[in-house]
Structures are given as structure tokens and as C-alpha cells.
Design a binder for this molecule. Structure first.
Ligand code: DGL
Length: 269
């Protein structure tokens, strides 16, 4: 068994989108080793049922626990929305961080007028998880959610500043802006890549990037648990996926903002 602090953080997602979280973790916690699992063979989760997502999630967590992780980061909003309790039950005493808790916390701290918009996948929106998490902090907040199923494929296509993406985003933003929101939660792993475009389409609105807020929450939680790695100048990053589709590396490196050296394919279940 490795020294507790040297053990890696386990980060997981339905596919490669969670690399936006890994990127934020690398920047915030450069001495932490990271093991990432992306379920690229079964993505997208955002249109699947709770039961299926729970089954897949249990398999992923089991895989990461075998890697002796010291904490788990649920990078996928959809998993966080419907299966975080399953993750916590399997993790025992280990810190579990998730994008919805961190995003909701940041949203209510950011808003001035109490009106918060959420953009997310259909499963996340239907679960109402963001609204519940925000209301548990501020029952008076007004939360307006919008499912944006077309944005994930557009981001994966690399159309980050494309007219089609702009028109699609504009359409999804319309009902949110009509509610006079002052804060918008990017409730899906892929949306942080659309920040420049969303800033233009929703001027004056504060964007909450759950990748960044989750990295900060992870830092706080590791510190509180005495698990922060402060002596690891060359951190180790391992990426596991359930399929390596064509263009995987190109898309992955776009999300990560750097090259991916150690990618391995494993099959679960
Ligand atoms: N990772 C998912 C999320 O953050 C988006 C992709 C999917 O639908 O699986 O909700």
C-alpha cells in the first residue's frame, strides 16, 4: 500500500469530457497523481436512465478503487445528478467530490439577484439535482434549467466558435435570459470549452465553470483530510478508456490542453 498522500485521485466521466476537470485539477493541484476513467464505449450518459447509469458507475468506481485512489472526483454532471449516492456508498470514508455540489455552491455564492440558470444534459435537468442542491443552500433562489443535448456533439466536433453552435446556444439561452438570470452554471463537462462563445451570447452574466469549482473543492477536501500531496514534483497521469475511437487523442488533447501520454483501453462489466 502506497503512502496515503502519494495515492492518486480517481477522476471519472462518461467519456472524455471529464478531461476539463482533469485540466483544472492539474492546474490547481500540480503535485497530485491522477487516474482517469472515461467510459468512451458507452457515452453519452446524458440520455440514459438512472438505473443504467448507476450500474455503469458502480463498475467504474470498482475499477478506480482497485487503483488505490485516495479520493474520487465525479467529473460527469449526469453521474453526479443520479448516481452520486452510489459512489459515496462504495467509497466509504474516502472524500468524494462532485461537480454538482461544487457548482451549486459556487452559483449561490455568485448570484446577486438570486436567479440562476443551468445548462445541462437532459438526464441532469430531469433529475432536478442542481435545483435541489441550490435550494438546499438558498430556498428563495430561482433556478431555471435548460437541457442542451445538441451542445455535446458540437463541442466534440470542435465547433467551438462555429455559426451552428452559436445559433444553437442562442436558442438554448433564450428561456434562461428571459428569466433575468445573472448567473449561469455550465452543468456539463463539455460546456467550459464554449465559455468564450457563451460570454458573447450571454453578456454580463457570470458563468460558473464546475470544473474549476470542483478542483478548488478537491483541494480543500484533501487538505482537511490531511491527504494533500506536497512532495511530488513530477505527477503521474494515467488515462483509461473503454474504447479508443478515431480522433480520440485529438479531442482529448483539446479538452486537456496538453498531450496525453499514457492512454490505455480496458473493458468493464
Ligand atoms: N459528461 C456528461 C455530463 O457532464 C456529458 C456527456 C454525456 O452525455 O455523457 O453530463
Amino acid at each position: 500500500m502506497k503512502d496515503n498522500k502519494q495515492r492518486p485521485i480517481g477522476v471519472f466521466d462518461s467519456g472524455i469530457g471529464g478531461l476539463t476537470n482533469v485540466r483544472a485539477l492539474m492546474e490547481r493541484l500540480p503535485m497530485e497523481n491522477i487516474v482517469y476513467f472515461g467510459d468512451t464505449a458507452r457515452v453519452p450518459y446524458g440520455v440514459k436512465s438512472r438505473a443504467t447509469i448507476e450500474t455503469f458507475t458502480a463498475q467504474i468506481v470498482e475499477f478506480l478503487l482497485q487503483h488505490e485512489v485516495k479520493a474520487l472526483v465525479v467529473a460527469c454532471n449526469t453521474i453526479a445528478a443520479v448516481a452520486v449516492n452510489k459512489v459515496r456508498a462504495m467509497a466509504g470514508n474516502m472524500p468524494v467530490l462532485d461537480v454538482i455540489t461544487a457548482g451549486a455552491e459556487a452559483a449561490w455564492q455568485t448570484t446577486r439577484n438570486g436567479r440562476i440558470g443551468i445548462m445541462a444534459t437532459s438526464t441532469t435537468v430531469n433529475s432536478n439535482a442542481y435545483a435541489r442542491a441550490i435550494h438546499s443552500r438558498n430556498p428563495a433562489a430561482r433556478v431555471q434549467s435548460q437541457a442542451c443535448p445538441l451542445l455535446v456533439p458540437l463541442v466534440e466536433e470542435g465547433w467551438l466558435d462555429h455559426e451552428v453552435t452559436r445559433l444553437t446556444a442562442r436558442e438554448y439561452l433564450r428561456p434562461l435570459l428571459a428569466e433575468d438570470i445573472d448567473t449561469l452554471v455550465l452543468g456539463c463537462t463539455h460546456y467550459p470549452l464554449l465559455k468564450p462563445l457563451l460570454k458573447e451570447e450571454a453578456p454580463g452574466i457570470s458563468l460558473v465553470d464546475s470544473a474549476i469549482t470542483t478542483a478548488e473543492a478537491t483541494a480543500q477536501s484533501l487538505m482537511a483530510a490531511g491527504l494533500l500531496n506536497t512532495d511530488n514534483p513530477s505527477a503521474d497521469y494515467r488515462f483509461y478508456v473503454s474504447d479508443i475511437p478515431l480522433r480520440f487523442r485529438t479531442i482529448g488533447e483539446r479538452f486537456l490542453g496538453r498531450s496525453m501520454d499514457q492512454i490505455e483501453m480496458v473493458s468493464l462489466g
